[in-house]
Design a protein around this ligand. Structure first.
Ligand SMILES: Nc1ncnc2c1ncn2[C@@H]1O[C@H](COP(=O)(O)OP(=O)(O)O)[C@@H](O)[C@H]1O
Ligand SMILES: [Mg+2]
Length: 294
């Protein structure tokens, strides 16, 4: 079996762990990035790699690591290319449709809510005045997020009306979409559930100094064994968005348990540091089994 890892940096920690895990299970691994590809229309292979192989017949599966930040052109081209590969019969993990849903915080949350997954009250608008109205509606304590973002970057908490006015005006001026969410008082800790297939294979609490609990922002991973309700919520969120491998962020407060996002290209270095399970191996085993079964 030949597995591709689509990664910007083949030597990055997660990509290395995955390469080792697949290799240990007898698969051949090839790592490459979008810039190694040319997508063709009306002649030749649909997606050809720099070394001229036709990707969809050459590989048995393609594992997608973070598709990354990029220009609008780049991001759309990358997702479209994954769609073309998937449509030409290649097993792409995660499925491009799931990636597309998850990377867009607005789209993802609306699908989750429509399917009965509890998510925080959220308002998304292009207009700064409507955003200011929403700021008050959401209790004057909001988390402002980029619609496309990760690792807690660009996320801010706004609690002051005048600061909100100023920030919304500026973001509006620079043509950002305003994404405001009620602040969930989570006590500086949240849950990250790591789902592979239909199982939570590992989980952690992320303990932070402030309200932002991303490990990349300095939060500390602490091993966790989840309650069955917590696992069920994570599994429901993941299957609703159509992921095969995902990291689910869950915030808990006295008002309930909320899913804030499903990461379709999750890192697992922090999680691995407190987990007995070999996360990369779980992913590799799953992907190999999935390809064999399909
Ligand atoms: N509504 C919220 N209330 C309180 N904290 C939040 C809320 N939304 C996000 N956070 C905090 O910010 C972090 C990053 O938010 P998240 O939506 O997961 O975006 P990212 O993709 O950047 O990780 C979360 O892990 C959590 O600690
Ligand atoms: Mg997150």
């Amino acid at each position: 079996m030949r597995v591709g890892i689509l990664t910007r940096n083949a030597e990055a920690w997660c990509s290395t762990q995955l390469r080792k895990a697949f290799t240990n299970l007898g698969a051949e691994v090839e790592s490459f990035w979008f810039t190694d590809l040319a997508s063709r229309i009306s002649f030749g292979p649909t997606v050809q790699r720099r070394d001229k192989v036709d990707l969809s017949t050459h590989l048995d599966a393609l594992l997608v690591r973070p598709i990354g930040r990029g220009s609008l052109d780049e991001v759309l081209y990358r997702v479209d290319t994954l769609h073309r590969l998937s449509e030409s019969g290649l097993c792409v993990v995660n499925p491009p449709r799931a990636i597309e849903r998850c990377v867009d915080k607005y789209y993802a949350l609306s699908i989750l809510q429509a399917n009965g997954v509890k998510v925080p009250r959220t308002v998304v608008t292009e207009d700064h005045e409507l955003a200011l109205e929403a700021f008050s509606e959401l209790g004057g304590d909001v988390i402002l997020k980029p619609v496309f973002g990760s690792r807690g970057m660009g996320i801010t908490r706004v609690t002051d009306y005048e600061v909100a006015r100023r920030v919304f005006n500026l973001l509006h001026y620079h043509r950002f979409v305003l994404y405001l969410q009620e602040y969930i008082p989570h006590g500086r800790s949240d849950i990250r559930a790591f789902v592979v297939g239909d199982r939570v294979v590992a989980a952690m609490h992320r303990r932070a100094r402030g309200w932002k609990t991303n490990v990349s922002q300095g939060a500390k991973p602490v091993a966790a064994k989840l309650l069955s309700e917590q696992e069920d919520l994570a599994l429901k969120a993941v299957s609703t968005l159509g992921c095969l491998v995902a990291g689910v962020d869950i915030l808990e407060s006295k008002n309930g348990r909320y899913v804030t996002e499903v990461n379709s290209q999750p890192g697992f270095r922090g999680l691995q540091s407190v987990s007995q399970v070999n996360v990369a191996e779980e992913i590799a085993k799953f992907v190999i089994g999935y390809v064999k079964g399909s």
